[in-house]
Design a protein around this ligand. Structure first.
Ligand code: PLP
Length: 420
């Protein structure tokens, strides 16, 4: 018989999960008492003073919602706020997308970008096959692997993506690996601002990826967590997704408003399923709703109302675009300053990749050992693959960080990018 004494809980033997590669850093950072500590781990925008940023246009919409007596806290349907879904699909696919004209797309609100992936992969496991192979770039955002497995799919396989020799996309390796993937496999593609490398395919390189996808019968899952952050233009950053839609590919598209509207904790995102032929939208929508119903019933309302208000109003949309450009500019400015400080302090190696990469992150090329030294000796936190959030740097910290990098590079020698 089971021992029911108070010391033998049925939960007592559950092993502790390893800390999350990114979120675990935050916990360490918070408990570090050093006055010099710098958090370059998590990808959240910070102002020039290192503070969290609420976009003024977001603040205004929130105030208006709070003051509006017709604002309620009623449930949304499983697929979320209809207006938000339509506007969100237009933002990524383009208002005049052929997918709308032919009724080839279905969009549901999701719990930010992660939620879009989670619902999307569950849909894949249920309606493609629970054995569907998923290919993610090597390296990729560390949570991709977790979401794939938790959605009931086999562990993700990796395709070559980054050339450590040149610091650019290894397009030949990528094409070769995707050519070998079985038809019907899902291929996760970062729509823009690849995390963690900051290296995106050129338009010509995207054409080669499209060709492999078409010829091999692969199903892309575009993950768009940074629309507007790569180039500063929402249109340009949607180019890859739109190109694939125009080519008539069956695909899934995830979106997040965490970074580009600064709505991190509100969990605002969307999942769009695009079919090569129309005609089955109602069935697809019904199944997505059934998945959501059992997972969390329906999504939160506040953030979706804020995003919909901005997306649906020309004046506020223009203001948002301006804000986005400013955020992207500050990040670019920090890239220049960090590279400048590394050159000035004589850190061995070539640091051009810091300014050539795009998006929120820089993939510095520091090794895991160098990252450890930066943390233990200087209280500077970054992921163990040497990725730093450029938005976490400020005028006040950039030289301190550059000097610490010099120490790490000089005392522990070579980084992982060959020209360092
Ligand atoms: C590549 C990528 N995908 C998805 C996400 C999901 O972010 P969220 O769930 O906060 O929208 C992130 C966030 O860092 C990311 O970098």
């Amino acid at each position: 018989m089971r021992d029911l004494s108070p010391t033998s809980s049925i939960f007592g033997t559950i092993p502790e999960a390893p800390p999350d590669a990114i979120l675990g850093l935050n916990t360490q950072y918070r408990s570090d008492p050093s006055p010099n500590k710098v958090n370059l781990g998590v990808g959240a925008y910070r102002t020039a003073d290192g503070q969290p940023y609420v976009l003024p246009v977001v603040r205004r919409v929130e105030q208006a919602l709070a003051d509006d007596p017709s604002t309620t806290h009623e449930y949304l349907p499983q697929d979320g706020l209809k207006e938000f879904c339509n506007l969100s699909a237009s933002l990524i696919l383009g208002a005049h997308s052929p997918a709308f004209a032919d009724r080839r797309s279905v969009t549901v609100q999701a719990l930010s970008g992660t939620g879009a992936l989670r619902v999307g992969f569950t849909f894949v496991a249920r309606f493609l096959s629970p054995q569907t192979a998923v290919y993610i770039p090597k390296p990729s955002w560390s949570n991709h692997k977790n979401v794939v497995v938790q959605s009931g799919l086999p562990p993700a396989k990796e395709y070559r993506y980054f050339d450590y020799g040149t610091g650019a996309v290894d397009i030949n390796g990528m094409v070769e690996d995707l050519t070998a993937a079985p038809a019907g496999s899902i291929v996760v593609l970062h729509g823009c601002a690849h995390n963690p490398t900051g290296a995106d395919p050129s338009h010509e390189q995207w054409e080669r990826v499209l060709q492999v996808v078409q010829e091999g019968g692969l199903v892309p899952f575009f993950d768009n967590a940074y629309q507007g952050f790569a180039s500063g233009s929402l249109e340009e950053d949607a180019w890859s997704v739109r190109r694939f839609v125009d080519a008539g590919i069956d695909m899934l598209v995830g979106q997040s408003y965490a970074k580009n509207m600064g709505l991190y904790g509100e969990r605002v995102g969307a999942l769009t399923v695009v079919s090569s032929e129309g005609g089955n939208n109602e069935a697809i929508l019904s199944q997505l709703k059934a998945i959501i119903r059992a997972m969390y019933s329906n999504p939160p309302k506040h953030g979706a109302m804020v995003a919909a208000a901005i997306l649906g109003h020309a004046g506020m949309f223009a203001e948002w675009e301006e804000e986005l450009r400013k955020m992207a500019d500050r990040i670019r400015d920090m890239r220049q300053k960090l590279r400048g400080a590394l050159v000035k302090n004589g850190t061995p190696g070539n640091w051009d990749h810091i300014v050539n990469q795009i998006g929120m992150f820089s993939f510095t090329g520091l090794t895991a050992a160098q990252v450890e030294l930066m943390k233990n000796k200087y209280h500077i936190y970054m992921t163990s693959n040497g990725r730093i959030s450029m938005a976490g740097l400020t005028e006040d910290t950039v030289e301190y960080v550059a000097d610490a990098m010099k120490d790490a590079v000089v005392s522990l020698k070579k980084g992982v990018i060959h020209n360092m």
